[in-house]
Design a protein around this ligand. Structure first.
Ligand SMILES: Nc1nc2c(ncn2[C@@H]2O[C@H](COP(=O)(O)OP(=O)(O)OP(=O)(O)O)[C@@H](O)[C@H]2O)c(=O)[nH]1
Length: 302
């Protein structure tokens, strides 16, 4: 299943800037991009290797297509069949973000990768339905912080990542493959530790346990949306079965898996690693668990 990330935000907030940044910094990750028109994507920077009607194949392995709202469904199906790692839809001018999320949730062959809302730190007051838009977001990118002297506070429960020029770390949104270096030699730049670069930082916590977790306690943990948590992924062993877990914001998906210890990675901005670990440790149980208890998990099984 290819994750689909929806990028929304008010006019001029910096969505295209963020998209270009993702295309530039995602190593060997093959990204499918859906936009209104190509003119907005800095295609020249990626040397175009092929073009088929409204689709452009970029030499870094990415595909870029331009659609209007009515074509979106078909293009998503087409991209899902291509050999991609992630699809990013820039919402401006296309369907309403909420309608787009519904479309993604229903489309075959793709999984929901989150609604990322880009907010302009300078122009917050100009956004007509800011709190409504923020309430839908799984992650808020507070952009253009280079232009403000203090960070505005946003009325939302989603994690907020203050950045300039959309420079978020792509690993926050999707799995990043190492660059495909081909036959050439490594350069010093390749050896550079990119974690120290200008990307806005995010935190991740790993958790492992061979003892099973209590389904109800674990679902309480996910349901509480611990502060700053954006994604969780990995395997969770319950007394009555092991599942692969993917969460983005409030979206939760469990897929039955072979028996394995619990191995989770939690990703977010401004999370409290110690508190999250303690919370997960408190979910480890030796109490008997009934099939009834497992229903808390099975309702999210796919
Ligand atoms: N100073 C500053 N300018 C920025 C930043 N991010 C983007 N910009 C500029 O803001 C303008 C709008 O950025 P875009 O990325 O085109 O915004 P957008 O949301 O895609 O715009 P629309 O699709 O028209 O809604 C451009 O001139 C960018 O160079 C930032 O962090 N700081």
């Amino acid at each position: 299943m290819i994750p689909v990330v929806v990028l929304a935000g008010f006019l001029g907030s910096g969505k295209t800037t963020l998209l270009n940044h993702l295309l530039r910094t995602s190593g060997g990750t093959r990204i499918g991009v859906v936009v209104n028109d190509f003119g907005r994507i800095n295609i020249d920077a990626f040397s175009v290797s092929a073009q088929v009607d409204s689709m452009v194949s970029l030499s870094n392995g990415c595909l870029c297509c331009a659609v209007d709202g009515t074509e979106l469904d078909g293009m998503l199906t087409r991209l899902a069949a291509a050999d991609l790692d992630v699809i990013v839809i820039e919402a401006s001018g296309l369907a309403e973000p909420a309608a787009m999320v519904r479309m993604v949730l229903q489309a075959p062959g793709v999984s929901y990768g989150g609604l990322i809302y880009v907010a302009d730190a300078v122009e917050l007051d100009a956004v007509p339905h800011l709190s409504r838009d923020l309430a839908m977001a799984d992650l808020v990118v507070l952009n253009k912080v280079d232009r403000v002297s203090s960070l505005p506070s946003l009325p939302c429960s989603a994690p907020v990542l203050p950045v300039s020029y959309g420079q978020i770390d792509p690993a926050l949104l999707f799995e990043v493959r190492p660059p495909d270096l081909g036959p050439r030699q490594l350069s010093f730049d390749d050896l550079d530790d990119h974690s120290t670069h200008a990307h806005a930082s995010f935190d991740s916590v790993s958790f492992e346990s061979t003892d099973p977790l209590h389904p109800k306690l674990f679902m309480d943990f996910l349901g509480a949306r611990p502060e700053g948590l954006f994604r969780a992924k990995g395997f969770v062993r319950f007394p009555l079965g092991t599942f692969m877990l993917q969460t983005v914001g409030a979206y939760v998906s469990f897929t039955p898996a072979d028996d394995a210890p619990t191995q989770l990675v939690l990703i977010g901005a401004g999370i409290d690693p110690e508190a999250l670990t303690d919370w997960l440790l408190a979910c480890v149980t030796d109490e008997p668990v009934t099939e009834q208890d497992m229903l808390w998990v099975l309702r999210y099984a796919r």
